[in-house]
Design a protein around this ligand. Sequence first.
Ligand code: GTP
Ligand code: MG
Length: 224
Amino acid sequence: MLIRKGIRMETTPGFFLNDIDRIAVRDYEPTDDDVVRARLRTLGVQEHRIRFNKGPAAGSEWCIYDVGGSRTQRIAWYPYFDDCDAIIFLAPVSCFDERLAEDRRVNRLEDSYMLWKAVVSSKLLAKTSIILFLNKRDLLEQKLRSGVLIRDYVHSYGDRPNEVEHAIKYFQQHFKDILRKNSPEQRPFRAHITSVVDTKATAVTLSVVEEGILRDHLQRADLL
Ligand SMILES: Nc1nc2c(ncn2[C@@H]2O[C@H](COP(=O)(O)OP(=O)(O)OP(=O)(O)O)[C@@H](O)[C@H]2O)c(=O)[nH]1
Ligand SMILES: [Mg+2]
């Protein structure tokens, strides 16, 4: 745990401890890598305005809302659904064997499926682009390598190979089926496999997402 400028940060195990000599100095300044590894719980809704000065969205300003994901925070989302072009939905694929901190009876992956179903079936969001990030791929890989068996937690996984690519394909198909069955209007299934702590790869993913959101936005404007 790091305490800095009044912010409590829980950390990805090992990452900060391995770098303790760099961090435990008086004039420590966090790097981008430190920032993405910090566990900084979002309370309520945080608004960020970003002006693009290059790429397809150059010249425009986007308003990005970061919403708290835990169950008690979700009620705060609804006022933002009204006028929103796109949602990036992060589902942690490494969490198939974990339970919610706020309700130990609920498996985290099951909770992501339920929340995804609620979001994609919302009539208010029928025209909103929804992009799924199957996130924490790196942690899924570590977990499977350490010997955790998916079928012990996800019984329907059966005899499929206990390997990262097979697992992601299986989870992804489940999200896709939920979208197909519950979306009030037909819409494409857009998914990316991510480890958002890999800032370079994430920048590439985000530029693809940016283009897609712009395209959808222009298409909607054309239809109006
Ligand atoms: N290794 C790894 N760690 C990740 C990844 N994505 C998020 N994390 C870590 O997971 C922890 C939680 O990330 P946060 O961004 O604080 O979580 P959040 O989903 O916004 O949670 P709330 O703010 O409570 O909704 C942090 O320590 C992140 O560094 C990933 O793809 N790989
Ligand atoms: Mg957050």
